[in-house]
Design a protein around this ligand. Structure first.
Ligand code: SF4
Length: 470
């Protein structure tokens, strides 16, 4: 599904490289490949060994660096960030990497995720005299780091990390070193790679392919990497870990050419589609997927069901981004502009429409009705994930309970609302089995909280949801 139509948005993508003469340029390409994770702001901070220099702005990576600013970012280490923010949120001060200067030097921070105790910590820090420059939860780490009693910067950062709760993949950089940290649940993806003598870190492995780096491994939950001119050093700031990688990364967010935990995203989505075909047998003439993220699941569904896969829906790639449009009626218009049914494929046919998820239901209703208008005799909707009933506190903007159709409606009620002849969601067990991670535990290393309501961390009463950030 098209992210901007669905009301389901990734918060950020991060990239870092240490030890390459073209560090900023490579980071630019890395960020470009992570653009699907956030389109509202982008930034790069570079280190030349003496000082840190930043350029950032609102918009796409290509827009932010359209004026040749990359040429001015000289140095052999860089970190970068792409950011998503809902309408009204954001602002240039919240575009990352955040850069802080003190008497002992600079500290740049790029963060993917959402801290569930940020408000608690912020109140405490303000009480102790901290003044915040942004409304981003990320800044809490900078203040905690500054206040830590340890001498060395990496000890101060490690100490600060132990106070954070929630989801965080961090890349931090001083003039002399890069530091990488992943929360004890490993909620957000983060991988380590190598490009010649340089080390690279990225939210998704697709960024490695783009810059020609080799994948080494995923960063472990609770792990803390220090990378400098001497090489790489791994330690753990927490051993109290319990892997719960976001299931939606497999289902929807990550690029199909990325791997998480050694599992290719396209392959995982195909398996979800196959599992769904076994769980929800149907007689039909064609299977079609909603572009782009549901195509893999639709192919899997077709393979397992024996019903031919066809391109029943086409995405218009040249429509401007519409997700800043606030009203539902405008969003519905956006669907028409962005997707078209292929009449020659669906006319007179019983169509299985595979989608990866239903958030508000508005988009599904529009697509079902478009398929009918194009002559489909039946439209059977198959969703390659369980119903999303709960909000995400970990960096995915899944809307509130009130906006999530599945939180207040049965499957049959949803079927009627979207106007489908039948509607079936993949089961929770089917999701876990289809992805096939080999971790132990009920969900085999996946976070399933938006389906089950079982959150892998404590949730604080005043946790700020991503879309509520000012
Ligand atoms: S609650 Fe859902 S969207 Fe959020 S991290 Fe967990 S699986 Fe991902």
């Amino acid at each position: 599904m098209l992210a901007e139509l669905k009301g389901l948005n990734e918060e950020c993508g991060i990239f870092g490289i240490w030890g390459h003469p073209d560090a900023a340029q490579i980071t630019y390409y890395g960020l470009h490949s992570l653009q699907h994770r956030g389109q509202e702001g982008a930034g790069i901070v570079v280190s030349n060994g003496e000082k840190l220099k930043a350029h950032k702005g609102e918009g796409l990576v290509t827009e932010v660096f359209a004026g040749g600013q990359i040429e001015d970012l000289k140095g052999k280490a860089a970190i970068g960030h792409v950011r998503y923010a809902t309408a009204g949120g954001g602002g240039i001060e919240n575009v990352q990497p955040l850069l802080f200067h003190s008497q002992v030097g600079g500290l740049a921070i790029a963060h993917n995720g959402n801290l569930v105790n940020a408000n608690d910590l912020k109140h405490q820090l303000e009480h102790q005299g901290s003044i915040f420059q942004t409304t981003s939860d990320t800044e809490v780490l900078a203040h905690l780091t500054r206040r830590s009693g340890y001498t060395k910067i990496h000890d101060r950062v490690k100490n600060a990390l132990t106070m954070l709760k929630g989801a965080y993949a961090f890349i931090l950089m001083t003039e002399k070193k890069m530091m990488v940290a992943l929360d004890p649940n490993g909620l957000r993806p983060l991988s380590l790679g190598r490009l010649g003598d340089a080390y690279v870190v990225a939210s998704e492995t697709c960024a490695f392919d783009v810059v020609g780096a080799d994948y080494i491994r995923d960063v472990e939950p609770g792990e803390f990497l220090i990378i400098n001119d001497e090489g790489i050093h791994s330690e753990f700031f927490s051993r109290n870990t319990n892997r719960a990688i976001c299931s939606m990364e497999y289902i929807y967010f990550s690029r199909p050419d990325s791997d998480i935990g050694g599992i290719n995203i396209h392959t995982a989505r195909k398996s979800l589609g196959k599992k769904l075909a076994h769980e929800a047998v149907i007689e039909a003439d064609v299977v079609t997927g909603v572009p782009d993220s549901s195509m893999s699941a639709a192919i899997g569904f077709a393979e397992a069901s024996g019903i031919p896969y066809e391109l029943g829906l086409i995405k218009n790639r040249y429509v401007g981004r519409t997700f800043i449009q606030p009203s539902q009626s405008l969003r519905e218009q956006g669907v028409k502009m962005k997707l078209s049914p292929v009449r020659g494929v669906v006319e007179g046919k019983r169509v299985v429409m595979v989608d990866d998820s239903i958030v508000r239901g508005t988009t599904s209703r529009r697509i079902v009705s478009m398929l009918r208008e194009a002559g489909a005799t039946e439209v059977h909707v198959r969703i390659s994930s369980p119903p999303i009933k709960n909000p995400c506190f970990y960096g995915i903007d899944t809307s509130t309970h009130e906006e999530l159709i599945a939180s207040s409606h049965s499957v049959e009620e949803m079927r009627k609302i979207i106007g489908a002849d039948s509607l079936v969601f993949l089961s929770e067990q089917g999701l876990v089995d289809a992805i096939g991670r080999d971790d132990e535990g009920e969900y085999r290393g996946q976070c399933m909280a938006c389906f089950t309501g079982k959150y892998p961390t404590d949730i604080y009463p005043d946790t700020v949801l991503p879309h509520e950030k000012a």
